[in-house]
Ligand binder design. Sequence first.
Ligand SMILES: Cc1cc2nc3c(=O)[nH]c(=O)nc-3n(C[C@H](O)[C@H](O)[C@H](O)COP(=O)(O)OP(=O)(O)OC[C@H]3O[C@@H](n4cnc5c(N)ncnc54)[C@H](O)[C@@H]3O)c2cc1C
Length: 569
Amino acid sequence: MKLDSLELEDILGADNVALDDETCRIYSEDAANLPMLASQIIDNRFEVVAQPVTVESIRKLLDYTRKYRIPLVPRGNGTSGWGGSIPTRGGICLSLTQMSRVIHLDDYGCTVTAEAGMTWRELLMFLERLGMTLPVYPSSATAATIGGFVASGGLGIGSSKHGDIREQVVGLEAVLANGMLVRVGDLQLGPQPDQLEKEAREGTKWLESFLEESGLNLKEVLTGTYGTLGIITKVTLRTVPRLQLLPFACSFGNMNDLVQAAQKILENALPYHLRYLDSNHTSKLAALIGWPLERGNFILAGALHGTIYDNEDAMGAVTTIVEEGKGIMLEENRADFYWSERLFPLRFKRQGPSLVPAEVLVPVENLALIHEDTLAALGNSKIAVEGTIGADGEASYLVWILDDERKKLRYTIGWHRSFDIASLAPKHQGSAYAIALWNTHHAADFYGAAKFNQLVELKKKVDPSNLLNPLKVFGGRAQFAWQSQAFGFVVGYLAALIVGSVGPNLLGLEWLRTLLASTPHPLLPIQLIWILSFLGGGLGLLIIKLMTVNQALSVGIPLLRLVDRLIRK
Ligand SMILES: Cc1cc2nc3c(=O)[nH]c(=O)nc-3n(C[C@H](O)[C@H](O)[C@H](O)COP(=O)(O)OP(=O)(O)OC[C@H]3O[C@@H](n4cnc5c(N)ncnc54)[C@H](O)[C@@H]3O)c2cc1C
């Protein structure tokens, strides 16, 4: 791989390129603490961090990566934990955080256009001063970027009323992996001169003609595909008027009662946000804050957003549903507390100090069942469960597994638990919450087989060398470290040696034993069995080199599970 820092500085500006180890290390991580074994299957260290400030420089950077065949990973602020923004083959980190301006506000049409690197908090601050707000934003709003959340898709604060973040995207601009600029939907750029109009028209036309044959729509290609097909540069989002926000919170004795009340509240009170916390979560929170536990310690908390008259009616409906559903309405100060906590869901991390996330999407009516299965699967692991209930009745079920990454071996062994939870989803008519890197074996179910095949075709078309965010969503060959390659060689070598030494005796094949003990040529005074063992080693090495990440995980995860069981016994 050729990395020419001068050429990169020419493209991006000298201040926007970092090559030092410390910066590259920091940008190579996301919110999850990776176990040491991860570096055996991916090359998880960037060599350069690039922070472009213009769309043109992103296009030139993509030309550069194609010219030298260098992998490139788009990154917002790395707040996700599914490996979407970490490197898998080294290369360049394309950090979008310097592109963070509001481009256009249409207060009558209720839309706002911003650059992809802006954080949700910054955009909320801009809008709320003007009497508007966002229908949906992630609970990581203080750090997560617009591009990162739109590229991931998913539920956030406000999704109980307004649905998934993808539904809030009115239009977007992106640079495809092949360098083409595309504009999707009703992207609003305002009155300023548009220097890229011609390029955008050509690129969009090209993409439309490709998609016409495939049946995919432009928006679904770029939202929820984790930056594998293109880099989002600008997004036009829906806004809503900022009305009265009225938090509420109630407690229940068990998950079943909570779920039943949640379904009724969703239907009858149209809450803006509806979030639940299980007793494992609330007990940890209570210990940290020093407040007594609620009487029922399964919490359903949320907020209504509407006129004071709408909210009065809706709050009446919530109170009736909770009281009839064996729940307790909590006092106003508790409701306010849970509302303000929505942006700090990791407060209990210090009890870890590390967190392993596991998240699935299930119909709300199956929450209690998957919770039971999770508790059974995770035994006495330290966990905290929470989730958001979406407008369409789908709920996220997020398990934070508390662990300690400083205990390297134990932490690595326990890593299988995150995969175990994801594999519970189909039993409960659910799916993985996110695909990114670690869930690619769920990709066909997640997108639907037909759509996934079309995405695969598009990926081949726009990124034939698999340089843009490699291994994410579409999987691919693992990048094994030398230790794993040596392991493959040794295992192959020993297997061939054992079979060659013991096999002929066991099978009573004297001729084979004699043959293996012979030397093939006077100029090569080595017994045939040693040569075969060496070839066995070569085969072991080849198998390792050809393995995909999914295959490596499907061997590795059951092994970790087995070792974990043996240790616990
Ligand atoms: C405390 C906390 C709360 C969270 N709450 C939520 C929540 O409410 N809902 C939820 O769904 N998730 C949540 N998450 C997960 C995560 O924060 C979100 O997915 C978030 O939107 C990611 O934003 P980011 O800027 O950090 O993106 P990153 O983590 O940097 O990237 C996420 C993915 O998007 C890609 N990407 C980033 N920017 C671009 C771009 N401009 N163009 C193309 N691809 C891009 C990356 O390559 C990667 O695949 C939470 C995480 C934490 C730590």
